[in-house]
Design a protein. Structure first.
Length: 80
């Protein structure tokens, strides 16, 4: 895994993580249903211990709140 300075709207790149300046790009909670899921490529499956974090953190209230809709039709991938 390599790291690169993020500039916003960076393209996806295999094995590259973008590090963002949180002063220039402050953190905000986005779609909760889109957190802790498997990857989109075939075989890009993450362990259940990772996938289960979405429900656990949501129930704890650790994910915060968001004005984003919670998934398609408001249902979310995990029923959050």
């Amino acid at each position: 895994l390599d790291f690169s300075k993020g500039r916003g709207s960076d393209p996806d790149a295999r094995a590259l993580a973008f590090v963002m300046d949180t002063v220039e790009y402050p953190f905000f909670v986005a779609e909760q249903y889109h957190q802790f899921h498997d990857g989109f490529n075939i075989g890009e499956n993450y362990p259940n211990s990772y996938n289960g974090l979405a429900g656990k953190l949501s129930k704890e209230g650790s994910l915060g709140t968001s004005d984003c809709p919670n998934g398609m039709l408001g249902l979310g991938a995990f029923g959050l």
